[in-house]
Design a protein around this ligand. Structure first.
Ligand SMILES: CC(C)(COP(=O)(O)OP(=O)(O)OC[C@H]1O[C@@H](n2cnc3c(N)ncnc32)[C@H](O)[C@@H]1OP(=O)(O)O)[C@@H](O)C(=O)NCCC(=O)NCCS
Length: 190
């Protein structure tokens, strides 16, 4: 199946496309949004390069990729359900990495977990995944709480092997990974 448009009560999750680039630039230009990702605002050029990588994520496994989320046509942020990538994510077939990044004005309204729950259902029911995981800096309380709200459970703490140009403040406290398996989801959350 190709990457689908998904709907929740309040959100339309649309496969990421070139028409979303300006929205991504707005999102990544807020240093508060980027605090636990790069520790600083991204330049438009950096976002454009990231946009190309985000689009490419949809080519690897049918049904996975990045989604731009809208509430009543208002851009909220993006969500990912993408194949494992990078040094911290072993390439295991049937697994995917969950993530989210929202404009600050939309925080604390339940949007991130609402979209995440939809992507988890999509991943298990439509794509046939066996395991969905999410990773963040240990000190990113909002991201960790969103993982729990979406039904994931802590599985490991680790030190990232990702090479960063500029060290992110508090990166020395390490990373965490949360997960949900298909079996757990079927028993607990359907
Ligand atoms: C992480 C992020 C997506 C959360 O978005 P959100 O829409 O505010 O999250 P939700 O409203 O769905 O909240 C989900 C849970 O997290 C909790 N939460 C949200 N922000 C929190 C914070 N700053 N500290 C502690 N808990 C927080 C909520 O109370 C809720 O818990 P509950 O279900 O027990 O009530 C948002 O803060 C963000 O975009 N941050 C910047 C980008 C980022 O760090 N992304 C993750 C990188 S791995």
């Amino acid at each position: 199946m190709a990457q689908a448009t998904l709907h929740t009560n309040r959100l339309s999750l649309v496969p990421l496309a070139d028409e979303h680039l300006q929205l991504e630039i707005e999102l990544d230009s807020d240093p508060e949004v980027m605090r636990y990702i790069t520790g600083r605002a991204s330049s438009p050029e950096e976002v454009e390069r990231a946009h190309r990588r985000r689009l490419a994520a949809a080519d690897e496994v049918l049904g996975l990729g990045f989604w731009a989320g809208f509430a009543d046509d208002d851009f909220v942020g993006w969500w990912i359900l993408q194949p494992p990538n990078g040094p911290d994510q072993p390439k295991v077939a049937g697994e995917a990495d969950l993530g989210y990044r929202l404009l600050r004005r939309h925080w604390h309204r339940g949007y991130a977990s609402e979209g995440a729950r939809k992507l988890i259902r999509h991943g298990f029911e439509d794509v046939g995944l066996n395991r969905i995981f999410a990773q963040t800096m240990a000190i990113n309380a909002a991201s960790r709480a969103t993982m729990v709200a979406a039904g994931l459970r802590f599985t490991r703490a680790f030190v990232s092997g990702e090479p960063y140009d500029d060290p992110v403040p508090d990166a020395e406290q390490g990373e965490v990974e949360y997960e949900i398996t298909r079996t757990t989801w079927q028993h607990r959350l359907r």
